[in-house]
Unconditional design. Structure first.
Length: 171
């Protein structure tokens, strides 16, 4: 027997906030590359974030480095450089994440997969998430530290993503 349920996508606030989850760690390694329907840990982290008034929770790996959120990939902008955690750290290799990296390359924005510490995340000029449910979403604060959302680089990526969706829809 199978049960199928549906739910609406979450309402996206105008200035989404992120909370760094204290209750959950994402383990790096080969199994972190598997997208699974077993999402108990993510549900706990999301409830923790919502209790803090945040839109989503940032997940750390066993080394304390930023991996992703409960359902989205994380990007940060420092100066003119775009950074995202590498998949071997525990981030899923999302389709939207790949599109963002391609858009950045076409826009001549330097994008690197690199280890992301909490200090680097909290000190970023801009932070955005990518995912099929949100596209490219600028973040207004991380653990209470405010930032411009969407910032200039985030807007460039959003525009590129919108153009990609438009082009892909024409078949």
């Amino acid at each position: 027997m199978a049960t199928i349920t549906s739910r609406a996508l979450p309402e996206i606030p105008s200035q989404p906030a992120l909370h760094v989850a204290a209750s959950v760690r994402r383990m790096s390694g080969p199994m972190s590359q598997v997208k699974s329907i077993a999402r108990g840990a993510e549900a706990v982290a999301l409830r923790e974030a919502e209790a803090e008034g945040a839109f989503d929770a940032v997940l750390l790996n066993e080394r304390g480095r930023v991996v992703e959120t409960t359902a989205r990939n994380v990007f940060l902008v420092s100066g003119e450089s775009l950074q995202t955690p590498p998949t071997h750290e525990g981030a899923l290799p999302g389709i939207t994440r790949s599109a963002v990296l391609e858009i950045a390359a076409r826009a001549k924005i330097r994008a690197r997969e690199m280890f992301v510490s909490l200090d680097r995340l909290r000190g970023a000029d801009e932070v955005f998430l990518s995912g099929s449910g949100v596209g490219v979403l600028g973040i207004g604060s991380v653990d209470g530290r405010r930032m411009e959302a969407p910032g200039r680089v985030t807007r460039t990526i959003q525009d590129g993503y919108a153009a990609l969706l438009e082009a892909e829809a024409k078949w």
